[in-house]
Design a protein around this ligand. Structure first.
Ligand SMILES: NC(=O)C1=CN([C@@H]2O[C@H](COP(=O)(O)OP(=O)(O)OC[C@H]3O[C@@H](n4cnc5c(N)ncnc54)[C@H](O)[C@@H]3O)[C@@H](O)[C@H]2O)C=CC1
Ligand SMILES: O=C(CO)COP(=O)(O)O
Length: 334
């Protein structure tokens, strides 16, 4: 099974490291010709996880997306959700026929507010049984340092998800498999919003005591959303094991870790940066920013009670004063 990677940010680079460490030959789509040339000459990504050096004999680099897709049986999607449509629009609509897709993106397609599998089904007629997700608490920076991490591979059929997981499993990467391919995606979208909020709280000078109460309430809100969502989408009815690392674990790591882009972005907002200046300063993608808007619009159909997600949305998209929004939240926490 030949794997292809689409994207060249930190997570795509971490995926490439894991697969090539496992001796797999990969095709790797990178947007910029200059980055490709640099990697061919210097054997590492100039912009992301620069400490990771590759055996370039194992890698076929290209900025021709159609060629990478055609040459691969399994494709790992690792571009930020905000650019996914723009990237995949280069492909004919039958390009994914017979391919397996592993979605490593933790986000929704902006505008359409769709899960990635819904978008792929709409545009490329990709059946859900060919679609898998990678989630779980795992920062690319720690993969670069080979610190023990756990990734969850989800798919409709556990055996098929296990086959995908086996490509990645190694001494520093433990894999877990489950069937909640919809629930894990929603949990990942939500945890980015809550981590951004955790950063705002930190920037506003709340302490560790508050943060743990905040996360507890976010975790409850996440569960309420998934339960309500499942009632509206009975085809997705699968047991959500909220205490597993793809749900609670990823919420914790993203809220607490200094590696987190979402937390860092939120911290700047809490300290009074505008959204624009925080984006410029971060120079990486905080998915929670886009997700807070998508989720708010999605929840207009679902109707779950989501005071924290709503507060993050109002701060980022409606110029609500962050200190006032958090003051209002404080009163409702248990
Ligand atoms: N970094 C991490 O530790 C993890 C990231 N993820 C997910 O992986 C996905 C990718 O995120 P990262 O790799 O962290 O992003 P990043 O911030 O490290 O990289 C951004 C990428 O977007 C590309 N880009 C910028 N403008 C573009 C455009 N107009 N069209 C196409 N590409 C463009 C950049 O070239 C770069 O490759 C996200 O959904 C994120 O939530 C998931 C787990 C861990
Ligand atoms: O998903 C992640 C860790 O599991 C990465 O989170 P950030 O995008 O906030 O860095």
């Amino acid at each position: 099974m030949k794997a292809g990677i689409i994207g060249s940010g930190s997570w795509a680079t971490a995926m490439a490291k894991i697969l090539t460490d496992n001796g797999k030959q990969i095709n790797w789509w990178i947007r910029s010709e200059e980055t490709i040339r640099y990697m061919q000459q210097r054997h590492h990504n100039k912009h992301y996880l620069t400490s990771v050096y590759f055996d370039t004999n194992l890698i076929q680099l290209s900025n021709d997306l159609a060629a990478v897709v055609a040459a691969s049986d399994v494709l790992v999607l690792a571009v930020p959700s905000a650019f996914l449509e723009e990237v995949l629009l280069q492909l004919p609509t039958d390009a994914l026929q017979g391919k397996k897709i592993i979605n490593a993106i933790k986000g929704l397609v902006p505008g359409a507010n769709q899960l990635i599998n819904e978008y792929l089904e709409d545009i490329f007629s990709l059946p859900l049984d060919q679609y898998f997700t990678i989630t779980g608490p795992c920062h690319a920076e720690e993969v670069a340092n080979e610190k023990l991490s756990y990734l969850t591979f989800s798919g409709l059929e556990e055996d098929a998800a296990q086959q995908m997981a086996d490509l990645f499993s190694n001494s520093y990467l433990q894999t877990i498999v489950n069937k909640d391919v919809i629930g894990v995606q929603l949990a990942a979208v939500l945890k980015n919003i809550y981590a951004l909020g955790a950063g705002i709280a930190h920037g506003l000078d709340y302490g560790d005591n508050f943060l743990s109460v905040y996360i507890t309430n976010c975790f409850r809100e996440m569960q309420q959303f998934l339960e309500t969502y499942s009632q509206h989408h009975t085809e997705t009815l699968t047991e959500h094991n909220y205490n597993a690392s793809a749900y609670l674990g990823d919420l914790l790591v993203t809220c607490y870790s200094l590696h987190s882009r979402n937390r860092t972005f939120g911290n700047m907002i809490g300290k009074g940066y505008s959204v624009k200046s925080a984006q410029l300063e971060l120079n990486m993608i905080a998915e929670g920013y886009y997700a807070s808007k998508c989720l708010k619009e999605m929840n207009e159909q679902v109707g779950a009670y989501m005071p924290v997600a709503q507060a993050v949305f109002s701060i980022l998209w409606q110029h609500q004063n962050a200190a006032e929004a958090f003051l209002a939240l404080e009163k409702g926490f248990i």
